[in-house]
Design a protein around this ligand. Structure first.
Ligand SMILES: [Fe+2]
Length: 367
């Protein structure tokens, strides 16, 4: 990638094509204390107030900078590296982290250990990279004080409050409004598929665990759905095309949202899975199509529930697990409340928290 000049035009050469950069695009990016606030990197002028027919009167390349004189009297130096990065259209921090597929054979995933200044440490940066690779991460030794989870979440970004409150307590209780608050096993699911938007990341902190059962289970929705795409294109297609309704009802609220079980992005690549067999309602479709849908959903469910795709482990007191709720399904095995106490606390954060923190730490450690 290269910036070139030709008769007061700035050209962008990406190796195969050369295109002229619109002068206004460059004018919007002028730097200097008159135009850009040094601390916030926010503009001090409104581009809408500038004539869009702006012309470059003179331009030179010197020591990695474009030196431009515009015909409205503004002269500025623009860093060429910065312009080239924008042209790559890539989120160079988050999207450059490649997802690693995993199943029951996953081993040697690094655990992280909580310590003082954890959230501003290089360890935190490594943790976040690992989180984007695997879709989950486990942190040991997180103080098991009541409500510490909220503190933890707010030190990465901001808690995403829901109608369950700022955080929720996972232990069996009488008259529960969700099966999570019983001692029953929970098959792999994603949380809150009925919300718009769905909370991105779930944090779950083990405060007490005296029971033999209640093991945590995780399944990588990315691995499972990518494998399904290879093995059964029809099933993959219908599950990524048909939007179903997810619904939650209690005495205070009715939440509803529609989505495909496999939600793809604009490039038809994996974006999100939602799966919660207790809460989904398929719309009425032509009978044959519904037949294919039900077969496909069962196939997906069998894959999510198969031992081959699941890892199972015990959360010990002071363990905190952070899960990508758009990628990883979670569940637990049943337990006997007569054996002792089992008490977890959970909350949600959104991707802006982890992404913002990761970019900040990358800048801080010049990585
Ligand atoms: Fe859950």
């Amino acid at each position: 990638m290269k910036i070139e000049l030709s008769k007061n035009k700035v050209l962008f050469n990406n190796g195969s094509t050369i295109q002229e950069i619109h002068p206004f695009w460059l004018r919007e990016r002028v730097e200097g204390e008159e135009f850009l606030d040094n601390t916030t990197q926010q503009r001090l002028f409104d581009p809408s107030s500038i004539n869009t027919e702006i012309i470059i009167k003179e331009v030179n390349i010197r020591e990695g900078f474009l030196e431009i004189n515009f015909n409205d009297g503004v002269n500025s130096k623009l860093k060429i590296d910065k312009i080239a990065t924008e042209f790559s259209k890539k989120d160079t921090v988050i999207k450059s982290i490649k997802k690693i597929k995993w199943n029951s054979t996953l081993s040697n995933v690094k655990n992280y250990t909580y310590s003082e200044n954890f959230f501003e440490s290089k360890e935190m940066y490594d943790l976040l990279v690992s989180f984007y690779e695997y879709g989950f991460v486990i942190i040991k030794n997180v103080p098991n004080e009541n409500n510490f989870i909220v503190n933890f979440a707010n030190s990465i970004g901001s808690v995403r409050r829901t109608n369950f409150g700022e955080h929720f307590n996972v232990r069996s209780k009488p008259n529960p409004n969700d099966l999570a608050y019983t001692t029953l096993s929970l098959s792999p699911h994603t949380d809150n598929p009925y919300r718009n938007p769905v909370p991105c990341i779930q944090l779950l902190h083990c405060i007490e665990n005296e029971v033999k059962g209640g093991l945590s289970t995780l399944v990588d929705g990315y691995t499972v759905t990518e494998n399904l795409k290879k093995k059964d294109q029809d099933a993959y297609n219908i599950l990524s095309e048909v939007k179903v309704k997810f619904k939650f009802i209690d005495k205070d609220v009715i939440l509803e949202d529609w989505s495909e079980l496999i939600h793809l992005d604009e490039n038809k690549e994996f974006k999100q899975v939602r799966f919660s067999p207790r809460l989904d309602y398929v719309p009425i479709l032509e009978k044959n199509k519904l037949g294919l849908y039900y077969k496909s959903r069962k196939k997906l469910s069998d894959l999510y529930n198969s031992k081959e795709n699941r890892i199972e482990f015990r959360l010990e007191p002071k363990d905190l697990i952070m899960m990508d709720n758009y990628r990883v399904l979670h569940g637990r095995t049943k337990y006997d409340p007569n054996e002792g106490r089992r008490f977890l606390q959970g909350c949600y954060i959104d991707f802006d928290s982890t992404e913002g923190k990761l970019r900040h730490l990358k800048r801080k450690f010049r990585l």
